[in-house]
Design a binder for this molecule. Structure first.
Ligand SMILES: [Cu+2]
Length: 128
């Protein structure tokens, strides 16, 4: 009987810990870099053209707080863009609408091993 009590205590404790972790991670998402994928229509858009082994601009500007559609076009081969600090990845052919609420500069890179110059594929999103 004691054993059963102990086990149910452990179980309750585990559930509590899990619940605490769960709410913590969603807080982190909310307070994070401000990426927010919405179902609403974007009022601005940018196109990032990727080719071997560069993006067509060194800097892409996005207005703070404005829903913006980001499109990635691969001109050759397979590329994408990943901005770790924004928790954002855009794949070619799959535009994403994001609202960036924190001004700043965010580096992004190609996250698909596309060839020898892959590591040079770096550019920036500037939110202002
Ligand atoms: Cu690449």
């Amino acid at each position: 009987m004691k054993k059963l009590l102990l086990m149910s205590f452990v179980l309750v404790a585990a559930v509590l810990v899990l619940a605490a972790c769960g709410s913590k991670s969603s807080d982190t998402n909310n307070a994070g870099s401000g990426v927010e994928e919405t179902g609403t229509a974007a009022s601005a858009s940018i196109v990032i053209k990727a080719s071997r082994f560069e993006f067509d601009q060194p800097v892409y500007k996005i207005k703070k707080g404005e829903p913006t559609e980001i499109t990635l076009e691969s001109e050759d081969g397979v590329h994408n863009m990943e901005a770790p600090d924004l928790n954002l990845t855009v794949n070619s052919g799959k535009p994403k609408v994001v609202t960036l609420n924190d001004a700043g500069e965010y580096e992004f890179h190609c996250d698909i091993m596309c060839g020898t110059g892959h590591s040079k594929m770096i550019a920036k999103i500037v939110v202002e």
